[in-house]
Design a binder for this molecule. Structure first.
Ligand code: ZN
Length: 160
């Protein structure tokens, strides 16, 4: 069975950056299961996997535009520290959910002083070219419920 829209695809993967540092990987006994064609993976990786089958090993190099986007300086903002009421200590690297013009986004604290906090709304991997090694463990039909929900149920997938 080939990887295509509405199939459940089960993969082992390792993600590295340009320096070869491992950014993310599936655990040895816990592959990732995803529903193909439903925006569950970045578009560049779905395109590389389409048409492949069980047992195939894929090496993919995904440019930022097909991954988490280019780095956007306009997403850096300085906001008053008092907006973080209830947070005792604010340190660079902390992440918060923030209501923005584009809905709820994760923002990362870049810098803090007595009055202000500099936050960055870019995805942590924005601007990065992503290097994947993927092994396809299994391709199967999705259940109707999985199709209705737009994600995989059961091991490696979404849990309710
Ligand atoms: Zn569901």
């Amino acid at each position: 069975m080939q990887v295509q829209k509405d199939k459940v695809v089960i993969i082992d993967y390792t993600l590295r950056n340009d320096n070869g540092d491992i950014l993310d990987q599936s655990a040895p006994d816990a592959p990732l299961a995803y529903l193909h064609g439903h925006n569950n993976l970045i578009p560049g990786l779905e395109a590389e996997l389409a048409g492949k089958g069980q047992g195939d090993e894929i090496e993919a190099h995904i440019a930022p535009a097909d991954a988490y986007g280019e780095y956007n300086d306009n997403l850096i903002e300085v906001v008053p520290r008092k907006m973080f009421q209830g947070v005792d200590e604010i340190e660079p690297g902390m992440q918060f959910h923030a209501q923005t013009g584009q809905g709820v986004q994760v923002v990362t604290v870049k810098a803090v002083d007595d009055d202000n906090v500099t936050i960055d709304g870019n995805h942590a991997l924005a601007g990065e070219t992503l290097h994947f090694n993927v092994t396809i463990k299994e391709v199967r039909d999705a259940s109707q419920e999985e199709l209705d929900h737009g994600h995989v149920h059961g091991p490696g997938g979404h849990h309710h």
